[in-house]
Design a protein around this ligand. Structure first.
Ligand SMILES: Nc1ncnc2c1ncn2[C@@H]1O[C@H](COP(=O)(O)OP(=O)(O)OP(=O)(O)O)[C@@H](O)[C@H]1O
Length: 350
């Protein structure tokens, strides 16, 4: 199923939760909505589901305008953190629910429902717990039941709001991988909300980065990481250093020192700007070269290399870079850091 959102807006009281959102989702895509708390991710997902209605704009499923269609008529599976299980029903009955309420004509036979429920429970590793009630499960187990329940109706569109939020890191990773496989195998189109960037970058075909109710960037995980469209995205996704600079022609000045940056970084920039670079996109250069001067405050191992933290001269800012093991400077040493790959964004920090 393909989805198209056309200038979707939503306010609560005087507060704009979503600006004009335009977004197209391809059939079979696994899309992540990523952003800080309050950025509008859940509101957008609820509008796609039909649990919330936009003030303006339209929602299309496979080219058909379904904006005014109620959630029950949309045939989507969803797992929302606060969408509770039915407390008076067993786990198996919860999973079967979407099938048992179907009209007789469309309803599978009892034995088939039982079979399908058992398969789904096995899939979410709760095969033995079908007879329990939700109150007798852990939060993580409940979340998996919710996932099984969403999948029981064999939806073409699966919507997930922080589906693994309640799980511990290990289970969360396993379930993630499993969900991705399931998505591919079942030919689903899936949208999930997360504020966990690792989850978004690992799982999704494309990531939508949101802030303050607007989309900052829509791109593949690789593009989001390597080509952040804005300072916000650079800062929010992955580790980064941020240095206020002044650009004067082809010269970049940081804290009264000239700084060499890769020439492509400059691209028409002038005046006050913010320079961003990742810790692994920098090198230590000699004093004669144009680097950022810093005093090393900490050196520690960091997955195969050494992480060097330094305080920038003329500022309280820290800079973090990764260097090869054996090449790390000592604590208290004065070093000069030059980015090998960087991005400049106009203006000063807000
Ligand atoms: N029913 C509502 N009434 C009033 N304000 C709301 C309502 N629902 C959402 N909001 C506000 O809209 C903004 C966006 O909320 P939303 O839940 O979409 O954000 P989010 O990105 O999903 O955040 P989180 O990661 O914390 O869940 C927030 O400021 C929130 O307080």
């Amino acid at each position: 199923m393909s989805i198209r959102l056309d200038t979707i807006g939503k306010s609560f009281g005087g507060f704009t939760a979503l600006g004009d959102i335009n977004l197209e989702i391809e059939p079979g895509e696994f899309l992540a909505l990523l952003g800080p708390s309050g950025s509008g991710k859940t509101t957008l997902l609820r509008i796609v589901a039909g649990l919330e209605f936009p003030d303006h704009g339209r929602v299309f499923y496979d080219g058909e305008d379904i904006t005014d269609l109620k959630v029950a008529d949309r045939g989507v599976g969803f797992v929302f953190q606060h969408y509770a299980l039915f407390r008076h029903m067993t786990v198996a009955d919860n999973v079967a629910f979407g099938l048992t309420i179907r009209k007789r004509r469309d309803r599978p036979a009892k034995a088939e429902i039982r079979d399908r429920v058992q398969k789904l429970l096995d899939l979410v590793q709760l095969g033995q717990l079908g007879n329990r009630y939700p109150a007798q499960l852990s939060g993580g187990q409940r979340q998996r039941v919710a996932l099984a329940r969403a999948l029981a109706i064999e939806p073409r569109l699966l919507l997930l709001d922080e589906p693994f939020g309640a799980l511990d890191a290990r289970v969360r990773k396993d379930l993630r991988r499993w969900l991705r496989e399931l998505h591919d195998r079942m030919g689903l189109t899936s949208i999930f909300v997360t504020h966990d960037q690792d989850e978004a970058l690992e799982l999704a075909d494309r990531v939508v980065v949101m802030d303050h109710g607007v989309i900052e960037q829509v791109a593949t995980p690789q593009q989001i990481y390597d080509e952040p469209a804005s300072a916000f995205v650079f800062d929010f996704v992955g580790e980064s250093n941020q240095v206020p600079v002044t650009v004067d022609g082809d010269r970049v000045i940081a804290f009264d020192r000239l700084l060499d940056v890769p020439p492509a970084t400059l691209a028409g920039m002038g005046g006050a700007a913010r320079l961003f670079f990742r810790p692994h996109d920098a090198e230590i250069v000699g004093e004669g070269a144009n680097g950022l001067a810093a005093t090393v405050t900490l050196v520690r191992p960091n997955s195969g290399s050494m992480r060097v933290e330094g305080k920038l001269e003329g500022s309280d800012r820290l800079v973090e870079i990764d260097v090869a093991q054996g090449a790390a400077p000592g604590q208290g040493e004065r070093i000069f850091v030059r980015p090998t790959r960087a991005k400049l964004y106009a203006g000063t920090a807000g």
